[in-house]
Design a binder for this molecule. Structure first.
Ligand code: NAP
Length: 652
């Protein structure tokens, strides 16, 4: 069933010229690691050539002509390649056999890559994430026949066939637990099925935005386009047999806990309106946080005579070419749409309420080189170390810059580290804009990390400076049949309005009606927009209901959401194992455990840039509480979700 876990790469058969050319595309630090695997010799790691920066923030600020990824100089990279070529020749000549590396050598390698001494816990966490040993530790395989029999009688309904739902299916299948996935769309992929606006791509590297147990060595782009990601999930669903368990074009309207049967009655509605109730011993909601497009509350929107679309529901039939187009919003979606449509529209008017911070990332739109793909397939352990590199560089070095220093007084930053970053990001924006008026409009006046920081290769500000593009910061008064009227009374006539105005992110599991014990409705318990869960996964009064990407699990800076989904599914499986092993029917999270956890969540979130009072963003609910984001370090969350504590639950 699993295909890619074996870490030994394909044999190398290519000639020296091919290899030398391929090495020009590869990540230097990961190449050095592969060299150590091929030689068994760690002496290189003690030499002067070593990564100088290992976080995305400082990496982006490097002078790209002089330095490569990780701050290696061009001369250092040439030296590493030359040495690697010799090592690869030897490895090929001896039939691609590898010496054995002992544990201390592996530890030395991690320390070299990260640039610091990693403690044992971090090592355990990162080894599990990259599965260096080729063993997937996050699944659950039940060996005991009695347990297997109980598992076979424990049907689960999974809601959603996006990244989380497909993962749930794969893991339940391994555990021998029967399941059905209910998916409202006609295909898999979730957000990557729905978001097809021009320019749509993930802003996390594809090599880490994928399941740890199913790497894709063939990503076409470093930051893959939406179709490519959708295809990845289609392939996973097909190859792991999840596809046949998905009911497409079907929505869950309600899920009601039946106390007498201690199971869930899940009502689903098919495409033609036919209703059916499925009985499940557990329900896993994997509906995501960003799947219900939010139209702006602007008077007269419905009177517009032209075409009105939302970025998250872009119709296949929508054509922007040659038209006069308005884009409302300047968040992550607008940031990708604007450079793409600006190239072919007649006129583009961008209505911005607040500008975005952006990380310099010259490679944001780059294709993955053929040499890199070759290395991922063929160089021993290279793909593992490359994933570690991406993971580590997007997790570390950043978190501290998000935390508020209570003694720091500025509306523009929350600490000295945050301010240092603000200055670097300001310099990046300034380097692209000469016009002082435009510059004052595009420079954010809130701290970095107050909203999502976007990946930038210059195309966004470049587009805003095209002759056919106007950036309008005067507020919108109303929409009229002809277009958009701003507060100054000016009418901006357009043919197409694109609302890149975000999602109903604070209404978790919306619009499903979920009814738990004693008739309690989840929406009521959550007061509409105040979602809370223990670890973002379980909710008191809702036994055997589990969430993937539930309340307070979104990552602002730290790594890939795919990693978090795996942590959550790992936890859910281990909850199910407790039920099966003890022949319990249900588990229900203890209210006091849930409350204490949420107090900590709120306290830490309130001390972050995204939780600070001077920013408004989609992470907060109407009352200003951050309901979307995980406030912890990713290592801490991994530890918290590794194994459930039975004392946190009531079992029946
Ligand atoms: P968003 O970040 O919430 O941005 C919405 C934009 O619309 C903001 O600029 C907002 O202004 C503006 N807006 C909202 N209502 C408005 C109104 N009534 N009038 C004028 N402007 C209005 O939504 P999004 O861009 O769809 O992104 C949401 C999240 O999805 C992202 O943070 C990210 O997590 C994810 N995403 C990821 C990717 C990717 O991986 N590449 C791409 C797209 C989205 P204010 O900022 O002033 O509120």
């Amino acid at each position: 069933m699993k295909k890619h876990l074996n870490p030994s790469a394909e044999p190398i058969t290519e000639d020296d010229t091919f290899i030398a050319e391929a090495l020009k595309d590869v990540n230097t630090a990961a190449l050095i690691m592969s060299v150590v695997h091929m030689t068994g010799d760690t002496s290189f790691l003690k030499g002067p050539i070593r990564p100088k920066n290992t976080d995305v923030v400082s990496a982006g600020s490097d002078d790209q002509a002089s330095y490569g990824e990780g701050g290696f100089t061009r001369e250092e990279m040439d030296a590493v390649r030359a040495q690697a070529l010799e090592v690869i020749q030897g490895y090929r000549e001896r039939g691609c056999t590898l010496p054995k590396l002992d544990e201390s050598a592996v530890k030395e390698m991690f320390n070299y890559m990260s640039g610091r001494e990693l403690d044992e816990e971090y090592l355990a966490f990162i080894k599990e994430e990259i599965a260096l040993d080729g063993v997937d530790h996050r699944g659950l395989v039940l060996e005991d026949p009695a347990l297997k029999a109980r598992a076979a009688n424990f049907p689960v309904v999974v809601i959603g066939a996006g990244m989380g739902g497909i993962l749930a299916g794969i893991r339940l299948d391994e555990a021998g637990i029967p399941y059905t996935v209910i998916e409202k769309n006609p295909g898999v992929g979730g957000t990557w099925f729905e978001n097809k606006y021009p320019g749509c791509r993930v802003d996390v590297p594809g090599h880490s935005y994928s399941y740890s147990f199913e790497p894709n060595h063939q990503w076409h782009n470093h930051f893959p386009l939406t179709n490519e990601i959708r295809e990845y999930y289609e392939r996973c669903a097909r190859d792991y047999g999840v596809e046949q368990k998905i009911r497409f074009n079907t929505e869950v309207t309600s899920a009601v806990f039946d106390e007498a049967c201690q199971s869930w009655n899940v009502e689903v509605v098919g495409k033609d309106g036919e209703r059916e109730v499925l009985q499940a011993r557990a329900v896993i909601s994997a509906v995501g946080q960003l799947n219900r497009p939010k139209m702006p509350d602007i008077p007269g929107l419905e009177t517009f005579r032209g075409e009105l679309v939302h970025s998250g529901a872009w119709p296949d039939s929508c054509r922007h070419e040659g038209k006069r187009v308005a884009v409302i919003g300047s968040g992550a979606s607008a940031f990708q749409i604007i450079p793409e449509v600006a190239r072919t529209v007649d006129q583009l008017k961008v209505f911005q309420r607040s500008p975005a911070w952006m990380f310099p990332n010259p490679g944001y739109h780059s294709a993955v080189g053929e040499g890199q793909k070759w290395a991922l397939e063929k160089l021993p352990f290279y793909s593992k170390w490359y994933r570690f590199w991406l993971f580590y560089s997007t997790v570390e070095g950043v978190y501290d810059k998000t935390l508020v220093d209570d003694n720091w007084e500025s509306p523009l930053s929350v600490s000295a580290g945050n301010d240092e970053l603000r200055k670097a990001l300001t310099a990046w924006i300034e380097s692209q804009v000469d016009d002082p008026e435009l510059l004052s409009k595009v420079l954010p006046k809130y701290p970095p990390f107050g909203k999502r920081i976007l990946q930038d290769n210059g195309s966004y500000l470049g587009a805003l400076q095209q002759d056919n593009v106007d950036l309008i910061t005067t507020g919108i008064r109303e929409i009229v049949p002809e277009g958009v009227v701003t507060q100054d009374g000016e009418l901006h006539e357009v043919d197409l309005i694109v609302c890149a105005t975000g999602f109903h992110a604070d209404r978790f599991l919306f619009p499903m009606k979920i009814v738990g014990r004693n008739g309690i409705e989840l929406a009521e318990q959550w007061e509409g927009d105040n979602g809370r869960a223990y670890l973002g996964i379980t909710v008191p009064n809702f036994p055997n209901l589990f969430c993937i990407y539930g309340p307070n699990t979104n990552l602002v800076v730290a790594g890939s959401i795919a990693h978090n989904a795996e942590s959550q599914m790992n936890y859910i499986l281990r909850c199910l194992r407790i039920l099966l092993e003890n022949d319990y029917h249900i588990l229900d999270c203890r209210q006091e455990v849930h409350d204490a956890y949420n107090e900590r969540v709120d306290e830490i979130n309130a001390g972050t840039a995204w939780g600070s009072p001077q920013v408004h963003n989609w992470y907060k609910n109407g009352a200003g509480r951050v309901t979307a984001n995980l406030p912890f370090r990713i290592l801490d969350y991994w530890r918290m979700t590794k194994q459930p504590n039975a004392e946190d639950y009531r079992f029946e």
